[in-house]
Design a protein around this ligand. Sequence first.
Ligand SMILES: [Zn+2]
Length: 195
Amino acid sequence: MSAIDRLAEDFARLPGIGRKTAIRLVFHLMKRPKEEALRLSGSIREVAETIRPCERCGNFAETDLCEICSNPGRDTSLLCVVEEAYDVGAIERTGQFKGVFHVLGGRLSPLDGVGPEELSIPHLLERVGSDAVSEVIVATNASVEGEATAVYLENTIRPLGIKVTRLARGIPVGSDLEYVDGTTIAEALAGRREM
Ligand SMILES: [Zn+2]
């Protein structure tokens, strides 16, 4: 396989990029100055080598703890649970949340064999039990699996005597947090309701 085909195949494996777009990207890179392609490859290498999950919350981190977990100004009694690390960015961009996060690494989906053990739910329960958490805000996506995950978390965490809230309506049903604008997320956060 030629270098061009190999690169096109790598691009085609990325989400949202079909075979045609992959080939167009390769030809675009070859037409541009060589430095541009080298910079792109350098950025990919840097991310691959330096970014890892935060030991405490699962957010993207460059050191053992992410920027949020290592910030003493954050309110650790307020714990916001999200599906993926990129959801942390969506909520952070609102500038309205001063608590900390927990990244599940997905959503419950029994049909696909994804149960609590496949997600970081056991670790979440450990944190909730030991970190003096007073409120858990469930910010899973407004999809069927996201809702089922929220209900499971409520049923598991509330008996521990901890308040469990869910983002208010306003997040369109079926939508992923990463595609929702900051104002809507901020309003949903402010209007969160007890489950
Ligand atoms: Zn963290």
